[in-house]
Ligand binder design. Structure first.
Ligand SMILES: *[C@@H]1O[C@H](CO)[C@@H](O)[C@H](O)[C@H]1NC(C)=O
Ligand SMILES: *[C@@H]1O[C@H](CO)[C@@H](O)[C@H](O)[C@H]1NC(C)=O
Length: 529
C-alpha cells in the first residue's frame, strides 16, 4: 500500500482558490474545443498552449492533494438522506390520491418490476404503514448529497432517487415531481438544483448543466406528458474530462454501471452536456446498459414521464468500487464491470493463456506507448528484451476506436505501460492476466496504487510495479542531484498540484534493463502459476 503518511500533512487545498478562478474559464474552453473534436480522433497540433493548459487542468483535478492520514479509509457510513414516505403526507392525502388517480394514465401503471430493487424494498416495507392504494402513487425522493471520502474528495457526487409522478421537460431543464406533501430536500421555491455529473469537482461543475427538480403540489401544476415511459430514467451529464479514457470510465461509465446494471437494460438514459462523438464512441456500452435509444437532454422538446428514476449517478472511487448499502447495494465489483465490458464489446477471453510445457504458444505482451509526456525512451530495448524472454510483443497507442483497442488488450496476457490514462485499458484484460506499471520518479506511490495498482488487484489481475530510480528519469537532466526533486520529492507534493503536474508528470523514463529484467521475469512467472 502507498504510505498515507505522505499525505498526512494538512496541505492548503489548491482547489478552492485555483479552481474558483479557473473553473469557468476551463468550462468555457472545454466548450470551445469540444466541437472541434467532433468525429476526429485527433486535435491536429493546433493550439498547443490550450492543450497544455487542458491537460494541466485534467491532472490538477485527477489528483487533488487534500489527503490526510485517513485518506485510505473508506467512509462507508450511509449517506445523509431525505426520504419522504407518503405516510408523512398531511391529512390532504385522500384528496391527493384522487387527484393522482385522475391524471394517471392506465398505460403507465407503475411498473414495479422495473424499479430499482432498493425502491421496491422500501415500498414493500412501508406499505403496511400507509393507507391502501397509497403505495402505488406515493411520492418519494432520496438525495445522497453529503457523502465524504477524504482521500477522494470528488468521489461522492450528489444524486437523487425519485419515485412517483416524474415529468421531465428538458427544454426547461426541469424535472417536475408531483409531491403533494411538499416534503423533501427542497428550497423555499420547492426546488432542488443538481448538476448531475458523477465527479464532485468544483473545478468542473460550472461546465455541467444544472437540472432542477421542482416539487409541485398536483399533476395540474406540471406540464402534460407527451411521452410516457414504462421504465425508470437516469439523467446525467457527460461533461468534464471525458475523452480521457480514465475519466470516461471513472466519471461516467462505471457510475452508470453502478446505477443501472441491475435494471438489465430496462432504463431510459437522458444525457446532458451531450457530445455526439462521445455517445457514438461508447455506444456499445450504452446499448448494453439501456435497451432504449439515449435522449439528448440538451435538444429534446418533449415532456417525458416516468414513475421512477435518478438525477445524477452513484460513484465510488476511481477504478475502485466497494459494496455500499445505498450506493452499491448490488455489491458490484470491478470483476463484474470487466465482465460487462467483455460482453458489450464481444471480447472473447475471460482468462489468459496458461503456460505449460506442452503448449508452444508464446505469452502475448502489449506495450502501450505514450507519445506526449512520460514516454518510455528505450521502448525498443524493452521490447527486444521481452521478446528474448519469450513474449510475443506488440506495441500500440490507445486510439479513438475503443472496441478495436479493447480487442487488442483482451488478446494480451501481459499489459505494460508507464503510469498514465492508458493503463485504464487493464479493464479489458482477461481475468488473471498481468499488469506491469512503470512508475516514474517522484514518490508517486499514492497515485500508482490508487489509480491502477489496487484496481488491478480488484479486477483479479496479477500486478507488477516497477519504480524508476533517479538514474532512469529525464528529471536528472533538468535538476541537479542535490535538488529536492531527488532529495525530498515529497516537497513537490507539498507544493500542490501545479508542481506535480509541471515536474513529475512531464518526465520521460529510460529503464535500466539490468534492474528491470527481474520484473519482466516476475510477469512471466505469474502467468505460470
Ligand atoms: C451486499 O453485501 C452485504 C454485506 O456486505 C450483504 O448484507 C447484502 O446482502 C449484499 N447484497 C447483495 C445484493 O448481494
Ligand atoms: C543498472 O542497474 C544496475 C543494478 O542496479 C547497476 O549496477 C547499474 O550501474 C545500472 N546501470 C546504469 C547505467 O545506471
Amino acid at each position: 500500500m502507498a504510505s498515507s503518511t505522505a499525505y498526512s500533512r494538512p496541505s492548503k487545498p489548491p482547489g478552492p482558490v485555483a479552481g474558483d478562478r479557473r473553473g469557468p474559464r476551463l468550462a468555457k474552453e472545454l466548450g470551445r474545443i469540444e466541437p472541434k473534436k467532433l468525429g476526429i480522433g485527433l486535435v491536429a497540433g493546433c493550439c498547443l498552449a490550450l492543450l497544455t493548459y487542458l491537460s494541466f487542468a485534467r491532472l490538477f483535478a485527477i489528483y487533488s492533494p487534500v489527503f490526510d492520514s485517513s485518506a485510505l479509509v473508506l467512509k462507508n457510513a450511509p449517506p445523509a438522506t431525505t426520504t419522504v414516505p407518503a405516510t408523512e403526507a398531511p391529512p390532504v392525502q385522500p384528496k391527493t390520491e384522487v387527484e393522482q388517480k385522475d391524471v394517471t394514465d392506465p398505460e403507465v401503471d407503475p411498473n414495479l418490476a422495473n424499479l430499482p430493487e432498493a425502491t421496491r424494498k422500501e415500498e414493500l416495507k412501508e406499505a403496511p404503514a400507509t393507507k391502501p392504494a397509497a403505495a402505488a402513487t406515493e411520492a418519494k425522493i432520496t438525495c445522497d448529497e453529503n457523502g465524504v471520502d477524504e482521500g477522494f474528495p470528488y468521489a461522492r457526487p450528489p444524486v437523487c432517487e425519485l419515485a412517483g409522478d416524474i415529468r421531465i421537460s428538458p427544454k426547461e431543464k426541469t424535472m417536475y415531481f408531483v409531491n403533494p406533501s411538499g416534503a423533501g430536500p427542497f428550497d423555499a421555491n420547492g426546488e432542488k438544483k443538481i448538476r448531475p455529473f458523477a465527479r464532485k469537482d468544483a473545478f468542473l461543475l460550472p461546465g455541467v448543466v444544472e437540472v432542477t427538480i421542482k416539487s409541485v403540489s398536483s399533476a395540474e401544476a406540471a406540464p402534460q406528458c407527451t411521452r410516457r415511459h414504462g421504465v425508470p430514467v437516469v439523467v446525467f451529464s457527460v461533461a468534464g474530462y471525458t475523452d480521457n479514457f480514465f475519466h470516461d470510465n471513472t466519471d461516467v461509465l462505471i457510475p452508470l454501471f453502478l446505477t443501472t446494471a441491475h435494471l438489465k437494460g430496462e432504463v431510459q438514459l437522458l444525457i446532458t452536456n451531450f457530445k455526439p462523438w462521445w455517445v457514438h464512441k461508447f455506444t456499445p456500452l450504452l446499448k448494453k446498459l439501456s435497451n432504449y435509444d439515449v435522449i439528448n437532454f440538451d435538444k429534446d422538446e418533449e415532456v417525458h414521464c416516468f414513475r421512477a428514476g435518478h438525477l445524477g449517478m452513484y460513484r465510488d472511487r476511481d477504478l475502485i468500487i466497494s459494496p455500499h448499502p445505498t450506493r452499491n447495494p448490488h455489491n458490484y465489483t470491478m470483476v463484474d464491470y470487466n465482465r460487462f465490458l467483455r460482453r458489450a464489446f464481444g471480447l472473447p477471453r475471460d482468462a489468459p493463456a496458461v503456460l505449460g510445457e506442452e503448449t508452444a504458444a508464446k505469452p502475448k505482451m502489449l506495450i502501450i506507448e505514450r507519445k506526449g509526456t512520460r514516454k518510455l525512451l528505450n521502448l525498443r530495448e524493452v521490447s527486444s528484451m521481452c521478446e528474448a524472454l519469450g513474449f510475443a510483443v506488440t506495441v500500440a497507442e490507445a486510439g479513438a476506436d475503443v472496441r478495436r483497442f479493447a480487442e487488442r488488450v483482451n488478446a494480451a496476457d501481459v499489459l505494460l505501460a508507464v503510469h498514465g490514462a492508458g493503463l485504464t485499458n487493464q479493464i479489458f484484460l482477461p481475468t488473471g492476466a498481468v499488469l506491469v506499471q512503470i512508475v516514474p520518479w517522484g514518490k508517486m506511490d499514492w497515485m500508482a496504487t490508487n489509480f491502477y495498482g489496487q484496481p488491478a488487484r480488484d479486477m483479479r489481475l496479477r500486478y507488477v510495479e516497477y519504480y524508476v530510480s533517479e538514474e532512469e528519469t529525464t528529471l536528472k537532466d533538468k535538476y541537479p542531484r542535490d535538488h529536492y526533486v531527488f532529495k525530498d520529492p515529497m516537497r513537490i507534493h507539498g507544493q500542490g498540484w501545479p508542481a506535480i503536474a509541471e515536474i513529475i508528470m512531464k518526465q520521460d523514463v529510460m529503464v535500466n534493463m539490468t534492474r528491470f529484467k527481474p520484473f519482466l521475469l516476475k510477469a512471466l512467472d505469474e502467468l505460470q502459476e
